[in-house]
Design a protein around this ligand. Structure first.
Ligand code: ATP
Ligand code: FE2
Length: 329
C-alpha cells in the first residue's frame, strides 16, 4: 500500500510517501524568522502557501501519482491549533477526493514508532523525546505509551531557542548553540533542576538572562553554550537512565529536533554503555518533525484495524501521549 503522510504540528509542513514500511520520499518546508519565534497565524499562513507544492514534491520524488495513494495519515495532535488545522484540512480534501481512508495520528508516538522502523534493532525502547515544544521520557507499558518524566515548564528546544534569541543567534538556535558550545572553554555552573523524573529549565533561563545583561562578549556566549549543553543534557540523561532502570528496558531511542545534537547523542551513548544498554540515534531527517513518521504510524494503526470517519479527524491540540490506546502492539 502507498501511504501519504502530512505533518503540521508546528513550524514544519511535511509530506512523505511510504510503500508499506519503505520511505520513498520525505520532504518539508519549515517556517523560520530571523528575529523571533512562531506566531501561530503566520505559521499557518506559511503552511497554506506551501501545502500543494510540498505534497506534489513528495509524490514526484516517490515517483507516484496521487491516485496511487491508498491511505492518508496526518498529525492530529498535539500541536498548535492553527497549524494542525491546515494539515488536517489538506488530508481530508485528499482523502475525500480520492475516496481513500484517512487516519489522524499522535505526533509524539510517531517519533517513537519511526525509531522502531528505521533503527531495526531497536524494538522496545525508552524514548527520550527532546524537541522544541516537548521534552518527555516515554516507554510502552500495559497498552499505552506512558510518560515517565517530562519538563515542568518549557521544552528543551524552546529553551535553547529563547536563550539563542538573547544571544542574537536567530531561530532555530539549537544548531548554532551546538557550534558555539564547541568553542566554549570554561564551564560555568548553572541551575541543575531534576525533580523526581521531571526537569525544569526556567531557572537556568533567568540566570543566563541576567548574566548576558551584565556582559555580552563572544567568549561568554561560547562558554554559556557549552555549559548550558553540558547541564541540560546531563539532566535529560539522568532521567532517561532512571526510566531505563525503572522499566527494565535495554534500549534508549533519541527523538525530536534536539536529538540532532551530537553531544547529546554522545552523552546518551556513554550512559547506555555503562549500564549495558544500547543507545539509538536516527538520521536527522527522522529526528526533526517529519511526515514519514506520520505516514508510518498511520499505516500500522490501519493494519491494526483503526478506521476514522471525517468527524473523527477533528484536531486534538492537547492530546497527551498516554491518551492513546496502543492497539497495534
Ligand atoms: P514538536 O512538535 O515535536 O515539539 P518542534 O516543532 O519543536 O517539534 P522539531 O523539529 O522536533 O520541532 O525540533 C525543533 C527544535 O530542535 C528547535 O528548538 C531547534 O532549536 C532544536 N534543534 C535542532 N537541531 C538542534 C541541534 N543540533 N542541537 C540542539 N537543538 C537542536
Ligand atoms: Fe516533533
Amino acid at each position: 500500500m502507498i501511504i501519504l503522510g502530512i505533518e503540521t504540528t508546528a513550524h514544519t509542513f511535511g509530506a512523505a510517501v511510504l510503500k508499506d514500511r519503505t520511505v520513498l520520499s520525505n520532504v518539508w518546508d519549515s517556517y523560520s524568522h530571523p528575529e523571533r519565534g512562531m506566531i501561530p497565524a503566520e505559521v499557518a499562513a506559511h503552511h497554506v502557501a506551501v501545502c500543494d507544492v510540498v505534497i506534489r514534491q513528495a509524490l514526484e520524488k516517490a515517483e507516484k501519482k496521487s491516485k496511487d495513494v491508498g491511505l492518508v495519515a496526518f498529525s492530529q495532535g498535539p500541536g498548535i491549533g492553527n497549524c494542525l488545522r491546515v494539515g488536517a484540512t489538506a488530508a481530508r480534501a485528499f482523502a475525500v477526493h480520492h475516496k481513500i481512508p484517512i487516519i489522524g495520528v499522535n505526533h509524539c508516538i510517531a517519533h517513537l514508532e519511526i525509531g522502531r522502523l528505521i533503527a531495526k534493532e531497536c524494538t522496545d525502547p525508552v524514548l527520550l523525546y527532546a524537541s522544541g515544544a516537548n521534552t518527555q521520557v516515554i516507554a510502552y507499558d500495559c497498552g499505552k505509551y506512558r510518560v515517565f518524566g517530562e519538563t515542568l515548564d518549557m521544552g528543551v528546544g524552546n529553551f535553547l531557542d529563547q536563550v539563542g534569541r538573547l544571544m542574537g543567534l536567530g531561530f532555530p538556535a539549537g544548531p548554532k548553540i551546538e557550534e558555539h558550545a564547541r568553542l566554549g572553554k570554561k564551564y560555568i555552573p548553572l541551575p541543575y533542576v531534576v525533580k523526581g523524573m521531571d526537569v525544569s529549565f526556567g531557572g537556568m533561563y533567568t540566570k543566563i538572562m541576567h548574566m548576558l545583561k551584565e556582559e555580552h562578549d563572544e567568549e561568554l556566549v561560547n562558554s554559556l553554550c557549552y555549559s548550558m549543553q553540558e547541564t541540560i543534557f546531563a539532566m535529560l540523561v539522568e532521567v532517561s537512565e532512571r526510566a531505563l532502570a525503572h522499566v527494565g528496558k535495554k534500549e534508549l531511542l533519541l527523538g525530536g529536533g534536539v536529538a540532532c545534537n551530537k553531544r547529546l547523542q554522545e552523552m546518551c551513548a556513554i550512559m547506555c554503555k555503562e549500564r549495558g544498554a544500547r543507545s539509538f540515534a536516527l538520521p536527522n531527517q527522522f529526528n526533526v518533525d517529519n511526515a514519514a513518521m506520520i505516514a508510518h504510524l498511520g499505516k500500522i494503526m490501519y493494519d491494526a484495524g483503526v478506521r476514522m470517519t471525517i468527524p473523527e479527524t477533528a484536531i486534538r491540540p492537547y492530546e497527551r501521549t498516554d491518551d492513546v490506546d496502543v492497539v497495534w502492539r
